[in-house]
Design a protein around this ligand. Structure first.
Ligand SMILES: Cc1cc2nc3c(=O)[nH]c(=O)nc-3n(C[C@H](O)[C@H](O)[C@H](O)COP(=O)(O)OP(=O)(O)OC[C@H]3O[C@@H](n4cnc5c(N)ncnc54)[C@H](O)[C@@H]3O)c2cc1C
Length: 477
C-alpha cells in the first residue's frame, strides 16, 4: 500500500468535488481528487442533462399530438423509442464527455481512482492500494436513489433513474414509485412518449409545493393527464419474466391490481455516506444518521472535514453542489480559520409541464401573520392562451411590514424564467413596488407574474403599512 500526503483530500469527483478542487488549487494548496465511479458527474451522466433530453423529446411529441388545436393537422404521431433514447445518450455523452476530458486533463498527481473511507479525521484508505494523509478533507460523495420495499427485493424489472437512460427502447407500461420531482419529470415524459405510466405515492404529496392553492391547481392539472395513485399503499409486488404485478389499496380504499413491464423507483435519494466509515473519524451524525454540519461553512462538526453537494442532504441541486464545493474547498485550505459564506436565495425548478418552481421562502415556512400573498391564475393570461398553455397558478409572498419580496411557489408554462426573475428580486431584497417598476414586455408570460405582483401590492396597501401607490396605473395588460 502506498501513502500519499496532500493538503486537501476530496472524496468524489462530481460537481461539488470538482469545484472544491479548483478552489484548493487556486489557493496554492495541493488537492487530491478521489473517485470510485466513472468521471463525468451525476448531473451530466445520469441526472439533469439526460432527464432534460428525454423531456425535450416528450415536449415535441406532446406539441405535435396537440397540433390540431391550432388547426395544424399532422396525421398520426409515432414515437420511435429507439431513436429517442439514442439521441438522449448521444447528447448526454457529449455533455459528460466534456467533463470527463476536463477531469482526465488534471495532473495525475491530483487524481486517484478508488473507494475512499475514513481511518481517522484526516486519514483515508482508498481501496486497498493507497493511504492518504491530508490536512483537511472535503466529502463530496453525492447521493444514491432509494428503492423502497417491496420493490427492493425484486430481482428483475426494477429500475432507478440512472437505468432509464440506458434502455434500448421504452417499455409498454411503467409503474413509477414516487411523485417527487424525479418521478414526475420522468413519469410525465415517458407517458408523453407513449408509455402507459401509473405513479404511486403512499402520501398525499405531488411535487414540491406546500401552498394550498398551488397544490390544488397542480393536482387538478396533472391528474387530468397522468394516472396518479396518491395515498395508495402497495400491498405486494412480484416479478416474473414478463414484468411486475402490483397489488395496491388506492386512496379510496379499493384493492387494485395491475401488471407493468418495468418499475421505476423514484422514492428519493440518500446521501452516499454509508460506506465512508464516518464514525471512525468521529464525525457527528444525528439520530437518523445525517451529518451535523454548518451550511454557511460546510464544516462537519468541528473537524477539519467539509461536506458539500448532495452528500450533506441539504438541497440536492446542481448549483448548490457547485457553491458548496467552492465554500468547502476554500475553508479546507484555510482550516482552522473557517469563514461563513452568504448563500444564494433558494431556487428550484421541476421540468414538468406545466413547470414547477419554488423561490425563496416556501409557503410552509412563512409566518402567515406577517406576510401578504399575491396570486395569479394562468387560465386567462394573454400569452398563455395564445400558446394554448393556459394552466397554472403563481403565488408570491411579501413581508407586510416593509413590502420586501420573500418567495413564491409557481406552477405554470415556462415558469423557469419568472422563477429566476423572482429569485433575483428576492435576493436583492426588492420591494413589491420596486419589482413593479421593472420593465415588462407585451405579450409575455411574465405579465402573469406582474399580475400576481399587482395583486400583492393591492393587498399590502390594504394594511396601510407600506406605500404602494399608483401601481395599478403601470402600463400594459
Ligand atoms: C434524474 C435526476 C435529474 C436531476 N435534475 C436536476 C436538475 O434539473 N437541476 C438540478 O439543479 N439538479 C438536478 N439533479 C440533481 C443534481 O444532479 C445533483 O444535485 C448534483 O449532481 C450533485 O452533485 P454532487 O457533486 O453532490 O454529487 P455527484 O455528482 O453524484 O458526485 C459524487 C461522486 O462521488 C463519488 N463517490 C461516492 N462515494 C465515494 C467514495 N467513498 N470514494 C470515492 N468516490 C466516491 C461518486 O462516484 C460520484 O462520482 C438531478 C438528479 C437526478 C438524479
Amino acid at each position: 500500500m502506498q501513502t500519499r500526503e496532500v493538503d486537501v483530500a476530496i472524496i468524489g469527483a462530481g460537481t461539488a468535488g470538482l469545484n472544491a478542487r479548483r478552489e484548493v488549487e487556486k489557493a496554492g494548496a495541493s488537492p487530491l481528487l478521489i473517485e470510485s465511479g466513472p468521471y463525468g458527474t451525476t448531473c451530466a451522466r445520469v441526472g439533469c442533462m439526460p432527464s432534460k433530453l428525454l423531456i425535450a423529446a416528450a415536449d415535441v411529441a406532446h406539441e405535435v399530438a396537440g397540433a390540431s388545436r391550432f388547426g395544424v393537422e399532422v396525421g398520426d404521431v409515432r414515437v420511435d423509442g429507439v431513436a429517442v433514447l439514442e439521441r438522449v445518450r448521444r447528447e448526454r455523452d457529449r455533455f459528460a464527455g466534456f467533463v470527463v476530458d476536463a477531469t482526465e486533463a488534471l495532473p495525475e498527481l491530483q487524481r486517484l481512482r478508488g473507494h475512499a473511507r475514513f481511518t481517522g479525521p484526516t486519514t483515508l484508505e482508498v481501496d486497498d492500494h493507497t493511504r492518504v494523509k491530508a490536512k483537511s478533507v472535503v466529502v463530496a460523495v453525492g447521493s444514491k436513489p432509494l428503492v423502497p420495499p417491496p420493490f427492493d427485493t425484486l430481482e428483475r424489472h426494477v429500475m432507478v433513474s440512472d437505468d432509464v437512460f440506458e434502455l434500448r427502447d421504452f417499455p409498454e407500461s411503467l409503474a413509477v414509485i414516487g411523485t417527487g420531482i424525479i418521478g414526475l419529470e420522468l413519469g410525465q415524459a415517458l407517458a408523453r412518449l407513449g408509455v402507459r405510466v401509473t405513479l404511486f405515492n403512499p402520501f398525499d404529496q405531488l411535487g414540491p409545493f406546500s401552498d394550498p392553492r398551488v397544490v390544488e391547481v397542480s393536482r387538478a392539472v396533472l391528474s387530468s393527464e397522468l394516472d396518479l395513485q396518491l395515498e395508495s399503499q402497495v400491498l405486494d409486488a412480484s416479478a416474473d419474466e414478463n414484468g411486475v404485478a402490483i397489488r395496491w389499496c388506492d386512496g379510496a380504499g379499493e384493492i387494485r391490481e395491475a401488471r407493468f413491464d418495468k418499475v421505476l423507483a423514484a422514492a428519493g435519494r440518500r446521501p452516499d455516506l454509508a460506506a465512508l466509515d464516518a464514525e471512525r473519524a468521529g464525525l457527528p451524525l444525528d439520530e437518523r444518521g445525517r451529518p451535523l454540519w454548518d451550511s454557511a461553512t460546510t464544516q462537519w462538526g468541528d473537524a477539519p472535514v467539509f461536506i458539500a453537494g448532495d452528500a450533506n442532504g441539504h438541497i440536492a441541486l446542481l448549483h448548490e453542489a457547485a457553491d458548496e464545493g467552492r465554500i468547502a474547498g476554500a475553508n479546507a485550505v484555510t482550516y482552522p480559520h473557517v469563514s461563513a459564506h452568504v448563500r444564494r436565495e433558494p431556487l428550484a425548478v421541476a421540468f414538468t409541464d406545466p413547470q414547477m418552481a419554488i423561490v425563496g421562502v416556501p409557503y410552509r415556512d412563512l409566518d402567515l401573520d406577517a406576510v401578504e400573498i399575491g396570486e395569479v391564475s394562468f387560465d386567462d393570461q394573454g400569452r398563455a392562451r395564445v400558446m394554448g398553455r393556459n394552466q397554472g397558478a403563481v403565488r408570491v409572498y411579501a413581508r407586510r411590514q416593509c413590502c420586501t419580496l420573500l418567495g413564491a411557489e409557481l406552477f405554470g408554462p415556462r415558469v423557469e424564467h419568472m422563477a429566476h426573475l423572482l429569485a433575483w428580486a428576492v435576493q436583492m431584497k426588492l420591494t413589491v413596488q420596486k419589482a413593479l417598476e421593472m420593465p415588462f414586455y407585451h405579450p409575455v408570460l411574465e405579465e402573469g407574474l406582474r399580475s400576481a405582483l399587482r395583486d400583492l401590492a393591492a393587498r399590502l396597501k390594504v394594511t396601510g403599512q407600506c406605500r404602494c401607490e399608483d401601481l395599478s396605473e403601470a402600463p400594459g395588460a
